[in-house]
Design a protein around this ligand. Structure first.
Ligand SMILES: [Zn+2]
Length: 386
């Protein structure tokens, strides 16, 4: 098919941006008559660029969506012990997801190769060829330069030492690769489908073995100039505090993460307790465990006060193993924050627990959403260039 007409391009862009849409709604979005949309969709369907998606049982109408032939997007995400790959059409319909475990002892290059193989498997099932792949969204659980893909190796991220994940996928699949930090992408998933739904300005905080955050505004993760923002766990609470793995003293994660909580718990007990034992003691209202959990939440609440004074989010969503498993943790951090913050923040900010459980699959889907919001990709796909 030759280059689509301007109206046809607008129709394709609308489907990519909005997802599958009824013909009547397309006419409204494009501000053209229904007859024009009927003609446009007939021509684009004949050319193989759009299709009627599976109708809902009993429905007389069919949604229009883009075909895999027009293009597909892939999202690859790494968490500490697993990777997930999702492939979707440009309009966001997911038609393939695979996951694999990537234990700590797997080398960085083997981890990349595992994910690339999953993606190749998914692409093999496509009606068409791999050339319909338009872009890859890549989320890695370490500090990666969003422009160059370089990993800034430090002790905390040694498992990714010596590779450039962005270049690896760009060279292997010959498509543009957009990168993001996995924790930030989890934040986007909470924004889209979890506790941040309906908010314009959300701060996501994950408190687990480390502490990470992601600031999402109007559906876009605010990653900073090179993706280095959101390292909340390494913001300093006390410059005379315990030494952190990053080399600085007194980082937040030396007070509020699972390793920090267990360190304090073991000091006051037998010296060998694990997280399960800490949880059990918290659930049983044990005074020592409760006091350690309370201190951890207090430090988090104080640090979040600083963050609120800097970015003033509408809502803070606190997730992760600590937030989920320690009773009252989120509520206490919220009380400290609202007690300490200036009135404009204190009276308005909402602090809630995260809602999403299946972090791996849901977060990979958020990568597809990110790609669909990128203008250059939409323009390239809808004008059928590149
Ligand atoms: Zn640190």
């Amino acid at each position: 098919m030759s280059t689509p007409t301007p109206n046809a391009q607008r129709l394709l862009r609308t489907l990519i941006a909005q997802g599958p849409t009824y013909r009547a709604d397309l006419a409204r979005s494009l501000d053209v008559s229904r007859a024009t949309v009927t003609n446009l969709t007939a021509r684009l369907q004949a050319a193989g660029w759009i299709e009627e998606t599976d109708p809902e049982p009993g429905s007389l109408k069919n949604l229009m969506g883009t075909t895999p032939q027009l293009g597909v997007l892939a999202s690859v995400m790494f968490l500490v012990d697993a990777c997930a790959v999702t492939v979707a059409t440009l309009d966001g319909r997911v038609f393939g997801e695979l996951t694999a475990s990537c234990p700590d002892d797997v080398t960085a290059s083997d981890r990349l190769a595992t994910a690339a193989q999953l993606l190749e498997e998914l692409l093999k099932d496509l009606p068409g060829t791999t050339e319909t792949l338009r872009a890859v969204h890549l989320a890695v659980d370490t500090q990666m330069d969003a422009r160059s893909g370089d990993i800034y190796a430090q002790r905390a991220s040694s498992r990714w030492f010596g590779v450039n994940p962005k270049n690896y996928f760009a060279e292997r699949f010959r498509v543009p690769v957009r990168v993001q930090n996995s924790a930030r992408l989890e934040g986007l998933a909470e924004y889209l489908w979890g506790a941040g739904r309906g908010c314009a300005n959300m701060l996501y905080v994950d408190v687990s073995y480390g502490i990470t955050s992601g600031h999402v505004m109007d559906g876009v993760i605010q990653s900073g100039a090179r993706g280095g923002s959101g390292e909340l766990g390494h913001t300093v609470y006390d410059w005379d505090g315990p030494l952190c793995s990053c080399g600085n003293p007194g980082c937040l994660m030396q007070y509020t993460s699972i390793p920090a909580i267990l360190r304090d718990f073991r000091m006051l007990n037998e010296g060998s307790e694990d997280w399960e034992q800490f949880r059990t003691r918290c659930a049983a209202d044990d005074a020592v465990a409760a006091s350690i959990a309370r201190n951890a939440a207090t430090v988090l609440g104080r640090m979040l006060t600083n963050v609120c004074h800097t970015i003033d989010p509408e809502i803070i969503v606190i997730s992760g193993k600590v937030a989920r498993e320690v009773p009252g943790f989120v509520e206490h951090a919220a009380a400290v924050l609202t007690g300490a913050a200036l009135p404009l923040v204190a009276r308005n900010v909402r602090v809630v627990s995260g809602e999403l459980d299946d972090v791996l699959g849901v977060t990979a889907r958020a990568g597809i959403h990110s790609l669909r919001a990128m203008d250059d990709l939409i323009v390239a796909a809808s004008s059928l260039n590149a």
